[in-house]
Design a protein around this ligand. Sequence first.
Ligand SMILES: [Zn+2]
Ligand SMILES: [Zn+2]
Length: 135
Amino acid sequence: MSKLKGGCMCGDIRFDCSDEPNVTAVCHCPDCQKLCGTAFSIVVGINSDSLVVDGEPNVFETVGQSGQAVERNFCGKCGSPLYSVVHSMPGTTFLKAGTLDDTSWLDPTIEFFCETAQPWIQKADNRVKFPLMPE
Ligand SMILES: [Zn+2]
Ligand SMILES: [Zn+2]
């Protein structure tokens, strides 16, 4: 099984990525909290051209820290957030790691937007922490 194979809750949208992940991160930004309905999201950065999507995600666009668009792809049927395309970081797509079929290998090394992290979260000390997104 490919490490980066996954899909939404209802199964209408499936994705696969043949590459190795570039980064596995925790994001505490307010948009991720709202989008995922929880305290943070876990994202896996991959090369956009290695992502193969089967199905038609809906896209909701937000404005990122850079002022540029963030395309948040989700399943229009079950609502699962799937991946984000950040216009300020061309060539990179961030998969929502909870949608992967195999999440056993996840071990985030970086945390973004610690400035807006929920105060009760125990943050591991072995991760590199940025108050916002590094430019
Ligand atoms: Zn779905
Ligand atoms: Zn975020």
